[in-house]
Write a protein that binds this ligand. Structure first.
Ligand SMILES: C[S@@+](CC[C@H](N)C(=O)[O-])C[C@H]1O[C@@H](n2cnc3c(N)ncnc32)[C@H](O)[C@@H]1O
Length: 221
């Protein structure tokens, strides 16, 4: 696991940090790395949505908090005065998100709450936009969790489920091993669309990025 100089390679840090529920020192390191390594897929996915001035947004499985900042910038560019909430099941993720968004939290423009997607601590229709990046893989009961996401999305609002891998026949053996190792939910595009519709979204559309295995599934409430 450790290199000869005592440091750990990235895969070892990820295993020790547990991407499904980050904890401890390796969890923190992994979250900071994911804040950088998920930038491209997240920015591409957020391009699929239209943000408006005053939008109330929620990021589920907010991890190290970078997506919250990216959403806030887009609301700002659309005219500002919105609010971004983050939830995560992991205490370390919540602490890291808070640390990385300290100024916006102090200014009352963001908040972070420790909670699981299965039971979101928000009223019905509380959000115009709900996102989740690289987190759906780990959700315990996908159908029930998505119904809870639909509950907090206002009618006409949007949900975006982002993943850097979806189920297709040509996945590399190491990707398949990872899916098995962490018992990840990785579905084909039409299966995501069906799940979202069944969960209460009136429309669902999977966006795929050419030349990659990225997917952004957009649900309209
Ligand atoms: C791979 S990390 C991705 C973090 C961040 N979204 C990013 O893109 O860098 C997955 C995150 O989802 C969170 N998570 C896993 N299961 C969850 C659940 N049931 N409810 C809320 N968050 C969950 C984990 O704690 C972790 O912070």
């Amino acid at each position: 696991m450790a290199d000869t100089d005592g440091t750990m390679d990235e895969r070892a840090v990820t295993r020790a940090g547990n991407p499904g529920n980050p904890h401890g020192q390796f969890g923190e390191q992994m979250l900071e790395r994911m804040n950088r390594s998920h930038a491209d897929v997240t920015n591409w996915a957020l391009d699929q949505l239209e943000f408006k001035a005053g939008d109330r947004a929620l990021d589920i499985g907010c991890g190290g908090g970078a997506t919250m900042g990216r959403i806030a910038s887009r609301i700002q560019a659309a005219g500002g005065m919105g609010h971004v909430s983050g939830v995560d099941i992991s205490e370390v993720s919540c602490e890291t998100s808070r640390r990385n968004n300290e100024g916006a939290i102090r200014a009352g423009q963001m908040d972070v709450t420790q909670a699981s997607v299965e039971s979101l601590p928000f009223p019905d229709g509380a959000f115009d936009v709900v996102t989740t990046v690289e987190s759906f893989y780990f959700w315990p009961d996908p159908q029930r969790s998505l119904a809870e996401v639909a509950r907090v999305t206002r009618p006409g609002g949007h949900f975006l489920l982002v993943a850097d891998v979806y189920r297709r026949p040509d996945l590399a053996p190491e990707v398949l091993q990872n899916i098995e190792r962490y018992d990840l939910t990785v579905l084909a595009p039409d299966k995501y669309e069906r799940l979202l519709r069944k969960a209460g979204f009136s429309a669902a559309k999977a966006h795929l990025k050419d030349g990659t295995t990225w997917i952004a599934v957009e649900g309209t409430r």
